[in-house]
Write a protein that binds this ligand. Structure first.
Ligand code: ATP
Length: 371
């Protein structure tokens, strides 16, 4: 059995009026894998803890399979939570750690078959007689997962379960978690501040900021059609280029975007997206440009469908399969307040003021990038 989880207008206020979560609405379908993504302190863990019953809900409703569950004790929710520190008992072997929840529920139960089944699913049969101190971080993480699945929960709640691991292991384990939870068909809510983890894992990503849900959608939706500048800037590496500009309609009727020192003419007829710009005429706007939407061309090489911004290449970062090219265009960069997304490496560490630079991505081996 797997659970539908719904949060209706859920708010959590801590003492001293700290509003950790503000009027959150989120429906998670049975078997769905949803990632809560956002910078540190945005309220992700609090959401998870309210679903688990570890934190009271100040106002609003939690529904489990459509039933009002605000006051259901954690033990009756049939949910399994895995934390980033795993919380294994140091004096118990893997076998005892995994079997522990079953022994609490039914002390006389022979937990052997269920523990063995969990060990087999996680590929840790050889580690069952070891103590946590004798396990690597990744192995401990698997034992913690074993302890979560042994009770056959109706949903998994995972709070940054991979954050203590090195990058390589993290990548491997996140693929394993995705495979495992899909194999078990169990609803999963996964909390992370790591946007690349979120993008690679979830059926759906819910982006939060300061306790407020900004957008939910597939990874593709939030990347390609962000609802606001915060989501655009938080999701994607290298970070999207955000430029301040103004929309104008010059005398010949074609619209243009003015970046201060440079202006680009918009193609005609205008696309649906560009039509939206009409209402912004004369007002300051922020233009977001993903690096892959840009190519670097020598003077005179421009194609008719393209718009041209002149710039000077400041720095090229070779990254194997592609290179990041930092270009100074003179246009003003727009910053997003309160953004704690992992920034692209280009934004720091090479001694120049990063706000002047745009990042364009080029395929490896020195070729020109696709538009
Ligand atoms: P992180 O990624 O750093 O774990 P988060 O997005 O999970 O952050 P939460 O732990 O949910 O954020 O915290 C949200 C807000 O609520 C923060 O401002 C935090 O300081 C506050 N907060 C969390 N727990 C408590 C508490 N027990 N008492 C008071 N304030 C709290």
């Amino acid at each position: 059995m797997t659970r539908a989880i719904s949060l209706r207008d859920v708010t959590k206020t801590f003492p001293r009026n700290v509003v950790a979560v503000h009027r959150l609405n989120l429906d998670i379908a049975p078997g769905e894998f949803v990632v809560l993504l956002g910078p540190s302190g945005c309220g992700k863990s609090t959401v998870l803890r309210m679903i688990a019953g570890l934190e009271d809900i100040t106002s609003g409703r939690l529904l489990l399979d459509g039933e009002y569950a605000n006051h259901l004790p954690p033990g009756q929710r049939q949910l399994a939570m895995v934390f980033q520190d795993y919380a294994l008992y140091p004096n118990m072997t893997s076998r005892q750690n995994i079997g522990f929840p079953l022994r609490i529920e039914a002390p006389r139960l022979d937990d052997g078959p269920r523990v063995n089944e969990a060990a087999r699913l996680l590929g840790i049969e050889d580690l069952m007689d070891r103590y946590p101190a004798q396990l690597s971080g990744g192995e401990r993480q698997r034992v913690a997962m074993g302890r979560a699945i042994v009770r056959r929960p109706t949903a998994f709640l995972l709070d940054e379960p991979l954050s203590n691991l090195d990058a390589k292991l993290r990548n491997r384990l996140r693929a394993e978690i995705a495979t495992l939870t899909r194999h078990l068909g169990v609803t999963t809510v996964y909390v992370t501040h790591d946007q690349s983890e979120a993008m690679s894992l979830g059926d759906r990503v819910a982006v939060m900021r300061d306790g407020v849900l900004q957008q939910t959608g597939t990874a593709r939706d939030v990347y390609r059609l962000p609802d606001n500048v915060f989501v655009a800037a938080f999701v994607g590496t290298p970070r999207i280029n955000l430029l301040r500009a103004t929309v104008y309609a010059p005398l010949d009727g074609r619209m243009s975007i003015d970046f201060g020192t440079q202006r680009i003419m918009l193609p005609q007829p205008l696309s649906d997206d560009h039509q939206l710009l009409r209402v912004q005429m004369g007002r300051p706007i922020t233009v977001g440009v993903r690096s892959e939407a840009v190519r670097i061309a020598a003077p005179g090489e421009m194609r008719p469908s393209e718009a041209l911004l002149n710039g000077v290449v400041q720095h090229v970062e070779y990254q194997g399969h592609e290179s990041l090219v930092h270009v100074s265009t003179g246009a003003r960069h727009a910053e997003v307040d309160g953004l704690e997304a992992p920034r692209p490496p280009v934004a720091r560490g090479h001694g120049r003021r990063p706000r002047k630079h745009r990042v364009w991505r080029m395929p490896g081996r020195g070729g020109r990038s696709a538009p």
